[in-house]
Design a protein around this ligand. Structure first.
Ligand code: C5P
Length: 235
């Protein structure tokens, strides 16, 4: 396949494919980063695990009516996706207090929230992905009010679908980050990835962390946690 590198991020590379103007190739890297790139490592096999895990989640969401960029997993660490322009908004949805909710507002870690909290962060490495409001989004011209309403509605639907799926696998969906893109028709669709890099997953019985917090805070072996997630969602 003739491909050209278009973009390299911290965890993935995006390529255009010669002769296929509507499709990108998304390659998952082995790099692990945290705290806006301050902590870094290469973890053998992480790209493969995240590609497999993301593919399963995307297929599940598509089969439940969620529009996504996912087309096909084509190798251990690569998937084909629809070409989209990514909106510079990171959408975080939370069900249980953890991470920056604890740090910023003093919630007790593990507290169940009365209802899901959606937050928006400005996708900007230079600015350190700051938390921002809808007014900032409109002022910066990143999305219109009706686009943001679609994003919020899709995020809540995705949250319910993932939560219901995961609890059957004895996994609590604590929080997660989504990115959305606009396809060639201007439709807003789910993009990026859904993996233990971008979600907090806790064992439903023990609250053991099965996600990137193992790497962020040196809690345990990242690979073992990601294999555990893959095994549970595959069965
Ligand atoms: O750190 P914080 O608590 O705000 O993270 C909320 C959720 O968003 C976590 O699941 C984390 O993995 C994800 N996240 C992400 N990329 C970022 C920031 C947070 O995937 N740049």
């Amino acid at each position: 396949m003739d491909k050209t590198l278009l973009y390299e991020g911290k965890a993935k590379k995006i390529y255009s494919i010669h002769g296929k103007p509507d499709i990108f190739l998304q390659e998952f890297k082995n790099s692990a980063t945290a705290f806006n790139g301050i902590k870094k490592d290469e973890i053998e096999g992480k790209g493969i695990l995240n590609n497999k895990i993301s593919s399963i989640f995307f297929e599940y969401l598509i089969s439940n009516g969620i529009p996504t960029h996912f087309l096909e997993k084509i190798s251990d660490n690569e998937m084909l996706v629809k070409k989209v322009s990514i909106l510079k908004i990171e959408v975080v949805c939370r069900n249980i207090a953890a991470g920056s909710l604890v740090k910023r507002y003093g919630f007790v870690e593990g507290t169940e929230l009365k209802k899901p909290i959606i937050e928006f962060y400005y996708k900007s490495d230079e600015l350190g992905d700051p938390l921002f409001t809808e007014a900032h989004i409109y002022e910066l011209g990143l999305a219109t009010e009706s686009e943001l309403n679609i994003i919020k509605e899709l995020t809540l639907k995705i949250n319910k679908l993932l939560k219901d799926f995961l609890i059957q696998k004895k996994i609590k969906l604590v929080d997660f980050k989504l990115e959305f893109g606009k396809d060639s028709k201007g439709e807003i669709i789910l993009a990026d990835e859904i993996s233990p890099d971008t979600c907090r997953f806790w064992d439903a019985d023990t609250n053991k962390k099965l996600d990137k917090d193992n790497f962020r805070f040196d809690l345990g072996n990242l690979t073992d946690a990601y294999i555990e997630i893959l095994n549970r969602i595959s069965n």
